[in-house]
Design a protein around this ligand. Sequence first.
Ligand code: ADP
Ligand code: MG
Length: 722
Amino acid sequence: MSSNRRQCLASIVDHRPDLPEHQNVSLTDLYGSRVFGDRAMRKRLPASCYEALSDSVETGAELDPRVADLVANAMKEWAVEQGATHYTHWFQPMTGLTAEKHDSFLSFSGDRLLLEFSGKELIKGEPDASSFPSGGIRQTFEARGYTNWDPTSPAFVREGTYGATLCIPTAFCSWTGEALDQKTPLLRSNEALENAAIRVLRILGDDRAEHVWPTLGSEQEYFLVDRNFFVNRPDLVATGRTLVGARPPKGQELDDHYFGTISPRILDFMEDSEHELWKLGVPIKTRHNEVAPSQFEVAHIFERATVATDHNMLTMDVMRKVATRHGLVCLLHEKPFAGVNGSGKHNNWSMATDAGENLLEPGDTPAENGRFLVFLTAVIRAVDLHADLLRISIASAGNDHRLGANEAPPAIISIYVGEELDGVCRAMMGGAAPQSHAKEKMQLGVTSLPPLPRDTTDRNRTSPFAFTGNKFEFRAVGSSQSVATPNIVLNTIVAESLNYLATEIENGGGGEEAMQTVITKSLKEHYRVVFNGNNYADEWYEEAESRGLPNYRETVTALGHFATDTNVKLFEDAGVYSRRELEARANIAYENYATAIAIEAQSCLSLATTSILPVAMRQQERTARSVSAAHAADGSLNLGPQEECLTRIATTINDLIKATDELATVTAENGHGDDLVAHAEAMRDKVLPAMEKTRVACDALETMVDDDLWPLPKYREMLFIH
Ligand code: ADP
Ligand code: MG
């Protein structure tokens, strides 16, 4: 075996992690212990200061500078007690990652050392922002960007080995106020949704609820591979996915991994990362093995969508870091391995009121069920009208490998409502009471409104957007992406529909009857987006087309529908994105796509020509020598099959050289482009196919070359050996 692979395996067999002893810390003590949350603030802030802060969180009003100073000081003292030496504004630029720049609390008064942190430093930061993507918003002459404290998401302390850092969640804007991040539009979209939902609630006679916010629970899939393998796979290092690799003899066919017992080494990792996340107040709930070998999932308890978004970013970050100390690497790419399932992220979404109600929960009273139907109809209408935006919100080079590949929902966005609710909706549209066979029903009390099923347990796993009893589950989100964009879109489009329904109900004179008329009419207009069947079946593709539902199969096509006039108007009306902000996001998405593929192409080319071609040549030489030696020994031998063997390897090497030549050419010709769209299209149409040809030749060679010569860790090793 090649010395690399031999060493990898030896290191893994000898793996003895240097992990701390198990400490008997109770979950109650652990949870939130590194968060400057409500409990810490109540304890450490003067009552009036705490009130003023809560007030400003609730109303969004600017904080009195004196109050800000008090909060900053209390926060610093708390953080210093936790061992913090530094603070950072923690933000989410349009890289899809988080960003931080640390400053220590160190300061001097004369020669006296002080630990200082002012209200001004808490509220505003000015990182050198010129290198973050802005999609054209920020020219160099106006390069300044500011981070602004987001008091709705609590500050926390992250521990390192030798110190700790106070992290303050912030939004990131240009000096002209344009959003340069994911947080700002998410907060704006919350507000749009809140205003629209409150408007509807008032029409429905609800005077109690004062606030509405979207709720989000995310389920995160990921792979773990041993770090020894990882560092010997230049493709994984450079791109997060394997660009070559023949199928292992055993993949996921046996379904023996899903929910299987968790191996001790993996469990160590899970427990360690959960402890870290619990300390940070991330409500991790569920862990299990996923479908593919070495694939796992972690799920949170739902929270307010902005906090849940921060927490998902933290989860990804913490898992990556914790994996390192276990000698593992956490792969968050959507498709690290061909031939087995890729990774996604389920985005469970609903709306909650400050009166503690879930607006997508069918209730016990006629009023609650009427309300449920209005909010349900709003979502159905929103998804039908803006399926394009939901599709775009999850578009990336990585996710293109999953969507529609019979492991993830297709690129066609449709809604699953379940049989029971479907019966209810159809009855409403037909004007008759449904023949429901629900086990448990709720009476609406209003004869013309049918009873609603309380639970829809039969879940259709193939649907991209499923109603699961009291929330919608958007299942097409990619594992590596921030959930901000899908939630910005969801909040905005549902806000628009709620406003539309509110106006229609008002125009119809308000009241029960107007409400029913409006629901029925909207359902009729938009019910084509509801599909309860198998989304993986070929027939659905035809059926969806005949229903006029868009099917943007890959990212570049999808992005072509992003910054359209209709969408600009939608986002501008909602106060979520300006035209420039939306166009900037489209530009960045094109760039990200092209860059991802450009890096993959370079990595694939170098791997193929400098790692694989040389060993294939060596194998060819050996085979050739062996055949001619046999000939020389006995000229009468029939060496047909052996000669064929030689021919096969020679032909595949030829194929590989042709493919890499083509890949080199198209990569050079399409290295960059001023026209973002044309560049992305060239990547899709020229570079991707050349990469695929290269891969086919490499994978064929992997099955011909002496296992001892093969330099790269193989799928059967990476996926099955821990
Ligand atoms: P699955 O069946 O897809 O594995 P579960 O039913 O176990 O999913 O949980 C799905 C997720 O939905 C969890 O993260 C949970 O916190 C979240 N969830 C539950 N209720 C709501 C809600 N009202 N709003 C948002 N998310 C929710
Ligand atoms: Mg789920």
